[in-house]
Write a protein that binds this ligand. Structure first.
Ligand SMILES: *Cc1c(COP(=O)(O)O)cnc(C)c1O
Length: 383
């Protein structure tokens, strides 16, 4: 089945009791059993829920995997993956990734004796250099948040396989419409379903997609034992969001390209981070492993003062100043004080994330209106 058809039909089965075409919201905590141990496959809603089951099936289909698992947030999905490990195990992660992932690793799991190495994954040699007998997991994100660096998933997967290490890719920025890491050799895909999958800024949710049955069973055991499961209403919202994912990502990518070009030629802009530019260091790999470049763009002004950046950040109207991304409406964000504030300043600067970097989540509005909005804010910063 082609992707655009998958988004509409994945996980969708008429409800057996009524024929309802949309999966009902099974708002229940438990299920009546016919006799002790005799049930319809549903015992208690932390372990099974039909709305969640439909969503998990859809997630697997659209990510080209065999099994999906839904969690109460993106970080809860990440948390479940790290709980596969034990004290002394080592993880290789990117030095440029979502701030909340860094916080979970460094502030929560490090104290349980798991060792994290943060490297520049733009160069596979850097990953290979820290592999040792204790390395169990590589955690990658591509494109990265917020510097839009590209990691070669296929090369990373080959390196991981050769060393019997698991590879998990945070595919939040690309979404399953633009990139499918399992087809490139990854073992697990993680999503903050809060972002493009739901698409309407109305739900917090996470997801994992896996091919290996044993790995799926281990993660399912963690999901039900630790209990970070999403409610049925939220599962319904993400199922609904997925139906338009293909169309939305097409428009996000179109608008993203127009705005990236506009910013690049602008005399007041110093640098634009977007993998669709031919001179972007990861462009060739992005073009090979992605079906589009999406709607995420970061940039820096020529004027490197924080004051000028703040004028842009407060000067837009269509771009709302907010954390998060991937909704139909455009957002503007200041990573240093917002999404990435949990990363120590020294670390941030060392990895290229300046105090004045501005990140855009380009929505699906009219591109001309979005440009006019940005232009007005950039002009404000010049005075
Ligand atoms: C938002 C985000 C997360 C965390 O997901 P939540 O749903 O907020 O818990 C992880 N990775 C990336 C790339 C994100 O943008």
């Amino acid at each position: 089945m082609k992707k655009s058809t998958q988004f509409i039909h994945a996980g969708a089965h008429p409800d057996p009791s009524t024929g309802a075409i949309m999966t009902p919201i099974y708002q229940t905590s438990t299920y009546v059993q016919e006799a002790p141990g005799v049930n319809k496959g549903f015992e208690y809603a932390r372990s099974q829920n039909p709305t969640r089951q439909a969503l998990e099936e859809a997630l697997a289909v659209i990510e080209e995997g065999r099994f999906g698992l839904a969690f109460s947030s993106g970080v809860a999905a990440t948390d479940a993956v790290i709980k596969l490990l034990k004290p002394g195990d080592e993880v290789i992660a990117a030095n440029d990734m979502y701030g909340g992932t860094y916080r979970l690793f460094s502030k929560i799991f490090q104290k349980f004796g798991i060792v994290f190495h943060y490297v520049d994954m733009g160069n596979i040699e850097h990953v290979a250099a820290v592999i040792n007998a204790k390395t169990r997991l590589i955690w990658a994100e591509t494109p990265t948040n917020p510097l839009m660096n590209i990691v070669d998933i296929r090369a990373l997967a080959e390196l991981a396989k050769k060393n019997a290490i698991l590879l998990c890719v945070d595919n939040t920025f690309a979404s399953p419409a633009l990139q499918n890491p399992l087809t490139l050799g990854a073992d697990m895909v993680m999503h903050s379903a809060t972002k493009y999958l739901s698409g309407h800024s109305d739900v917090i949710q996470g997801a994992l997609v896996i091919n290996d049955k044993a790995l799926r069973d281990e993660l399912y055991f963690i999901q039900k034992s630790c209990g970070a499961v999403p409610g049925p209403m939220d599962c319904f919202l993400v199922l609904r969001g997925i139906k338009t994912l293909g169309l939305r990502m097409e428009r996000h990518s179109q608008n993203g390209a127009v705005i990236a070009q506009y910013l690049k030629q602008h005399p007041a802009i110093k640098k634009v981070y977007w993998p669709g530019f031919e001179d972007h260091s990861g462009h060739a790999i992005a073009a090979a492993q992605m079906k589009g470049f999406g709607g995420m763009i970061s940039f820096e002004l020529q004027n490197e003062s924080l004051d000028a950046a703040k004028k842009v950040l407060s000067g837009t109207h269509l771009f709302s100043l907010a954390e998060s991304l991937g909704g139909v409406e455009s957002l503007i964000n200041h990573p240093a004080s917002m999404t990435h504030a949990s990363i120590p300043r020294e670390e941030r600067i060392k990895n290229g994330l300046s105090d004045t970097l501005i990140r855009l989540s380009v929505g699906i509005e009219d591109a001309d209106d979005l440009i006019a909005d940005l232009e007005k804010a950039i002009q404000l910063s010049l005075h």
